[in-house]
Write a protein of this length. Structure first.
Length: 220
């Protein structure tokens, strides 16, 4: 079963994970919030059911799955159907871009980040949330979900790998946040958000579209 059919056939099962794991979910939302601006027009690439876009105030989303998009629309998100590698938006349309646990499904990361660069304003922010395969907590969790239908085709990466992809695409001022440090089954509250990476299960890598490259008319 490929990932598209899984997401299209079982969006309710995917969405229910967030209700079953409220402290993980809250921790991830707050880690993403730490590297996103608190105003401006945002886009979530791979918006899924809107579980991150809605609490973070992102009003526009993109997803390849129509079933997932229907969930997100019920949460007030304006969703387009499409792929990260070919965004249906004009140049400079957004102040910031969010990608939350979606990069592991992107087939052509350089192409996706070129598109993200294109649709961002100069000085715009991108924040990418991942399950960090380089952290002890991340490795344990990735092993745990290895046979999960939703993640069977996923290719997990480290925060350093994501940072390298961003820098290769022309982004600058890379920053990191991390959260979820212990046993997920014993969580009684959300975990704190800390600077850096390499310890937390969930890492966020943030960066800017720099003014100097755009002013010179350069693209990655």
């Amino acid at each position: 079963m490929d990932r598209e059919s899984v997401f299209d056939r079982a969006p309710d099962r995917y969405d229910a994970w967030f209700d079953r794991n409220p402290f993980l979910y809250e921790s991830e939302v707050e880690a993403l919030r730490a590297l996103l601006p608190d105003r401006g027009k945002g886009l979530e690439i791979g918006v899924g059911t809107g579980r991150f876009a809605a609490p973070l105030g992102v009003r526009v989303g993109l997803d390849p799955s129509r079933a997932m998009a229907d969930f997100a629309r019920r949460r007030g998100i304006d969703v387009c159907i499409g792929a990260a590698e070919d965004l249906p938006f004009a140049n400079g349309s957004f102040d910031y871009i969010l990608m939350a646990t979606v990069l592991c499904f992107v087939r052509d990361i350089p192409a996706a980040l070129r598109e993200a660069w294109r649709v961002l304003h100069v000085g715009g922010v991108i924040a990418i949330g991942i399950l960090d395969k380089a952290s002890p907590a991340g490795r344990r969790y990735i092993e745990r979900i290895g046979n999960n239908d939703f993640f069977r085709d996923a290719v997990f990466r480290s925060a350093d790998e994501v940072a390298a992809h961003l820098e290769a695409a022309g982004f600058r001022c890379v920053d990191f946040r991390q959260t979820i440090f212990g046993d997920i089954d014993s969580m009684k509250t959300a975990d704190p958000v800390r600077d850096g990476h390499g310890e937390g299960l969930f890492a966020v890598v943030g960066a800017l579209k720099p003014m100097e490259l755009a002013a010179a008319g350069r693209t990655p």
